[in-house]
Unconditional design. Structure first.
Lengths: 292, 292, 292, 292
C-alpha cells in the first residue's frame, strides 16, 4: 500500500540520519583518513612496525616484575604491562597490589627503560596513577564504564582500551568515542576475545574485528593473545595471525614462574617460553618483511 | 599410569577446596538457609508476594515522572524506578539528568508515597545520591565494576544488582558477594536477559537463571521483562513466566508517551498499556493464588 | 544527497518485498488466523489444555519402556516419547536400537493406549518407521536437514519439529515451512533451549520464543524442559514457566532407573520423581485454572 | 570428609577413562602422528603448500561455471567448488540445479583440468553424485547429520567436512570420527565461522580453531573465508591470517557477476576481484616463503 511505502521511506530517512551520525564519530576514518600514531616511550604504535606489549598479569613484587622487565628490555622492546588493580571475579581472589604495584612498575620501568601500561578500574584512582604509568589501560569489564572512559578522556595520557567480553564492534567504537569526545585522541584499541559457546579456549579471538576496526577507525589496534585464548600453546599461532591480518601489535603475558603466579597461571609464558615466542615472531616477521 | 592417577587425585583435592570455598560465600544458601527479605518503603521483597517495580527508563521531567508515579500509586504499589545517570552506548545520546533527576525522583516519590530505585554508575556519585534514593541500582554494564560494588556494599541502602549482558550465573553470584563482603546484605538480584545470537529479542531472557539463583543464594530475585525482551508485546507473557518460575517480582518500564521518550522508546509501556498489563497480571496471580 | 536517498528508497522497496514474502509463509498467522490443532491418539495438541509428552531418552528394552508407559498411562496421558535412532556426538556412544526400538515402542504403545513419538534422522528410515510411530520427531541437529523436512512433509503423520541448537526463530519457522510446503500441516514446534555461553545449564531455555512462535505461526508450541536445562532440579520450575507463558505443552524424559540409562542419565526423572513432578504440575494448573 | 574425597577420586577415575577414550579416536594425533595428506586431482592437501578452493556458491549454468573455472585454471590451481544441492533457509529460495548442476561441474572440471568439490545433503544423493564429483562436501548444517557422515565414510572419495554453525571443536572432531570409523580417512576439515552475538560479520571466524584442530587431529584444515565473514572486504585479510596461523588452505567464493548471483550475492568475488585477491595472496606467501 501507499501508506506502507511512505512509512518505509520515512524509516529510511531516519536510517540515513543515523548513518550520517555514525560518520560524525571523531574516531571514524571518515573524520580523519590518516592513521593515528600513539607515541609512548619512543615506541610509535600504529606506524607500520608491530608493537609488542609483554609483562606479568599482575605485579606481585619488585623482583618478579624486574625479571620480566629485564627479559623485555634485552629484546630491545620499549613497553611493559603489569596489573596493579586487578578486577577479579571473586572478592576473595588476589586483588593486586594497588598503588604499591604502580610504584614498583614505575621504578622497574625507569631502571629498564620501559614505558608501563597498567589497568585503572575507577576514576578515583586515576589522578594518583598518572604519576606512575605511561598508558592507562581500560579493561574488558570496564569497556562501558562510561565515567572511567570520560575521566581517561580528560587526561593527556595514551589509553589502551580493551574490547568488552560481549561487546559488539559498534559498542567498542562508541566506547573509544567517549574518550576522544573529551579531548584525548591517544587511543589504542585491543581485541582480546569475545565470549561464545566454545569451551576449548577461554574466549574466542575475533580476528576479523581487526580489519574492521582498522577500516572504521583511524586508531591503532592490538591483539591480546593471552586473554583471547587462555592457552599458552595458542599464543604463537594467534600472534602470527594477528600480524598477518594487519594488527598494529600484540600483547601477551609473561611471568618468571607461571606455576606460582597469583593470577592467570595457566596462560602466562615463562621467560624461556617468552624468548622462544619472540624469536619465532621475529623469524615470522622477517619472512613477512616486517621490520621491528 | 600410577603417576597419572596421583595427578588426578591431586587435582580433585584442588577441586574440592574450590567447592568448599564456594560454600563459604556469604550470599550462599549454604551460609544462610532462610530467604533474605529486603524491606523498602514498607514493601517486603522476597517474602512470597511478588514485588513490582515500574517506572520510566529515564527521568526526563517532573511532569513525566509524576504521571507515571500517579499510575503506580493508584495500583497500591510502593516502588518506582527511574534513571538519572544513563549509561548509553554513544556519548552523544541523552545521558540522563543526573543529580537533577534524582531530586525529581525524590520529590515525586515523596508526593506519591513511593520508594525510588535509580542506577548509580560510579562510586563518586554515591554519596550525594544516597540522600535521594531508596535503592541503589547497579546496572548490567557495571555488574563487574568492582569498585562500585564495594562502595555500594559500604552503604546501608538496599542494592538492586542486575546481571551483566554476558555474565555467567557464577560471576553474577560473585558480584553480589563483593557487596555483601563489605557488610551490606540488602541485595536484590535481577535477571535482565543475556546476549545471544538470537535477534528476535533485544536479549534472551534466561528464565532458568531464576530457580538457580534462588537455590544457590538466599537473595530475592526479580526479572526485568523490558530489557530482556526489548519488545512491548512480550512483557506480559514473560512476566507471567517469571512469577510462575518463582521470581520474587518483576520490573518493567512505563512512560507517559513512549513515542517521544528520550531512550528505549520501542519497549516502554504507555499508561493505558501499563493498566492493562497490571490488570492481567493481577488476574494471573489471583488464579495462581498469589496475593498482592 | 538525493542519490543516497533514492538508493535507500530502493532498498526499502526490496525490504518491503521481503516482508511481503514473509507474510506468504503457509505456517504464518497471516495466512491462517486460527490455531492449528494436531490430533494424536485422541490428544488434541494446541486446543487450550496442555499436552504432556513423557518417556525415556532412548528405548533400551521392552521392560524399561513398558515401566515408563505404565506410569504415563496411569496419569491418563495419551502420548509417549522414546528414541530408537539416537543422534550421538560420538560414533562410539549407544546409537539406539533402531527399527527394533520402534517395534518395542509400538507394542508398548498399543498395550498402554499411548501414541508414540520417535525421532527419525534420515529420509531412508521414514518409510519403514511410519508403520510404528504416531508422530515423526525431527531433532535439533536435523532442524535444517532439508531433505528430511521435505520427506516428512510428504507423509500424513504429525511432525514434532525441534528448534536447532543455534537456530534463530526465523530459521525455525522456515524449517516448518519446508514441511508444510509439501502438504503436511500437522506440525508441532518444540523449543528445547539454545546454545549460549552460560554453562550452568546444558542449553539456555529461550522462553520468550514461545509467545513469538505463537504470534508468528498458527502451530502448537511445546517446551522440552529436559534438553533445555539438562538438570533434573529445573524441570518443574521450567515446566510451570512454559505453561504460564502460553506453551501448548511440555516434554520431559522419564526413565525407570536414570543412573543406568544408556544416554542422558543426568537429566531423566525416575518414576517417583515423575509422579511428584506431575502432581505438582496438576496442582499448578488447577490453581491456574487450566484443565487437563 | 573422607566420603567426599573418595567420591571425587572415583569421579577422577571416570574422567581418566574418558580422556583415554578420547585418545582412541582414529582422527586423533595420538593415534597417528604424521599429517594425513589428501590427494585430489594432483593437489596434495595438507603437505605444506597451501591449497586454494575457489568457485561459485551455486552452479547456475554451464557458462557461469566455465567462466570461473577458466579463471581458476589460469592461476594454475587444480580445484573448484560449486554447489548443486543448496541448503537454503527458506524452501522458496533457489535450491540449486541438483544432478544437472553436478553434470555441469564434471564437464567444466574436465575441460579445465579441475577437481570438483560439491556439497551432498542426504545419503540418497550420494551414489549418483559419486560419478560426478571428486570431493564430497558436507556442509555446516549437516555436520551432525550422522547418517550422511556414515554414508560418506563408506565411500572412497575425499570428504570436506565443514564445522557446524554452533558446533564445539570437540563435536567437530567427533563428526570426523563418524567418517573415519567407517573406513574413509580422506578427510579435510574446514573452519567456516561460528554463530555469535556479533553482527558486523555473518559469522565469527574462530581462527584459533585451526591450531587446535591441527594439534588434536592429523587431518588437513582449511578456512572458508567467505562464509565465516560474509563480507568481500574481509576475504583477503582473513585468508592471510588463515595461512599465517597454519591452515592448509583457503576456500572462497567467486562468481562472474556477483550482483545477479542466485545466492550469496553480497559476499562472492567477481573475477577481477578474484585476480586481485590471488595476486595479493601470492605476494603474501612469497614474503612468507611459502611456495605455491
Amino acid at each position: 500500500t501507499v501508506e506502507h511505502i511512505f512509512k518505509e521511506i520515512f524509516k529510511s530517512a531516519l536510517k540515513l540520519q543515523e548513518t550520517d551520525h555514525k560518520k560524525e564519530l571523531l574516531v571514524s576514518r571518515k573524520q580523519k583518513k590518516e592513521d593515528t600514531i600513539v607515541t609512548i616511550n619512543g615506541e610509535t604504535v600504529g606506524q607500520g612496525s608491530p608493537t609488542f606489549v609483554f609483562g606479568p598479569c599482575a605485579v606481585e613484587s619488585y623482583e618478579q616484575t624486574a625479571l620480566v622487565a629485564e627479559a623485555i628490555s634485552h629484546k630491545g622492546l620499549k613497553l611493559m604491562r603489569g596489573g596493579a588493580y586487578k578486577p577479579r571475579t571473586s572478592p576473595y581472589d588476589f586483588q593486586g597490589l594497588g598503588l604499591e604495584g604502580l610504584k614498583i612498575l614505575k621504578e622497574v620501568g625507569a631502571k629498564y627503560g620501559l614505558g608501563v601500561v597498567s589497568e585503572i578500574v575507577t576514576p578515583a584512582h586515576l589522578d594518583e596513577a598518572l604519576d606512575y604509568i605511561d598508558v592507562i589501560q581500560i579493561g574488558a569489564r570496564n569497556m562501558q564504564n562510561f565515567e572511567l572512559l570520560k575521566a581517561a578522556g580528560e587526561t593527556k595520557k595514551p589509553v589502551l582500551l580493551k574490547r568488552g567480553l560481549a561487546a559488539t564492534i559498534d559498542e567498542f567504537i562508541n566506547a573509544a568515542e567517549y574518550i576522544i569526545s573529551k579531548g584525548n585522541d591517544q587511543i589504542i584499541l585491543c581485541e582480546r576475545g569475545i565470549r561464545t559457546y566454545e569451551k576449548a579456549t577461554r574466549n574466542t579471538l575475533d580476528i576479523s574485528a581487526v580489519p574492521i576496526l582498522k577500516q572504521e577507525t583511524h586508531l591503532p589496534v592490538l591483539v591480546d593473545v593471552t586473554h583471547s585464548t587462555g592457552r599458552r600453546d595458542l599464543l604463537l599461532p594467534c600472534a602470527k595471525a594477528a600480524i598477518a591480518i594487519g594488527a598494529d601489535g600484540v600483547m601477551a603475558e609473561v611471568h618468571p614462574d607461571p606455576a606460582v603466579a597469583l593470577s592467570d597461571s595457566q596462560q602466562q609464558m615463562s621467560i624461556p617460553q617468552f624468548d622462544e615466542f619472540y624469536n619465532q615472531m621475529q623469524q615470522f616477521m622477517k619472512n613477512y618483511q616486517i621490520e621491528k
